[in-house]
Design a protein around this ligand. Structure first.
Ligand code: SAM
Length: 146
């Protein structure tokens, strides 16, 4: 599969896919921390339409994570911009995608979670209009430890 790892400079997810034989590429505004051979250092917006089979995205959570909710009142424009970026990723012309974020306002501003796991939230789509949201809250951690 041709796999785009959006908003990744560490190449950890990219290289995991490559180890499994996929044609995986990382893309970030930042320089790659690993082998730059399969890294696109540019805005991901510019490569979304380049014929990917799957996208895994790690968009910035700075203005979205509920852990920073006490600051929300003074960063509404940054938050709107961050949400628009997530919407843009969700609207990418890619049949399969998942978007990873900590528990964030994406759930209320864009689409609610449909599954719970822990502090990590994943939105995914297997095809147009099919949105799955997976979350990992304390309940799942309690189940895991209990
Ligand atoms: C939360 S970090 C994710 C880091 C990732 N987990 C990794 O291991 O490299 C969010 C990343 O999104 C990148 N980013 C922000 N806007 C971007 C854009 N328009 N196009 C590509 N990358 C972008 C940032 O540079 C930052 O590295």
């Amino acid at each position: 599969m041709r796999v785009l790892i959006a908003c990744e400079y560490s190449a950890r997810v990219r290289d995991a896919f490559r180890r499994h034989g996929h044609d995986a590429w990382s893309c970030d505004l930042l320089e790659c921390e690993a082998d730059p051979q399969w890294h696109l250092q540019q805005p991901v917006e510019d490569v979304l339409a380049d014929g990917w089979d799957l996208m895994v995205a790690h968009p910035p959570c700075t203005h979205l994570a509920v852990s920073g909710s006490r600051h929300f009142y003074r960063k509404q424009s940054e938050q709107a911009e961050a949400l628009d970026f997530v919407r843009l990723l969700m609207a990418a012309p890619i049949d399969r995608w998942c978007i990873e974020n900590p528990v964030s306002i994406i759930s209320t501003a864009i689409t609610p979670p449909s599954s719970d796991y822990s502090a990590m939230v994943v939105w995914s789509r297997r095809n147009q209009g099919d949105v799955l949201v997976a979350q990992e809250p304390a309940a799942a951690q309690a189940n895991a430890s209990g």
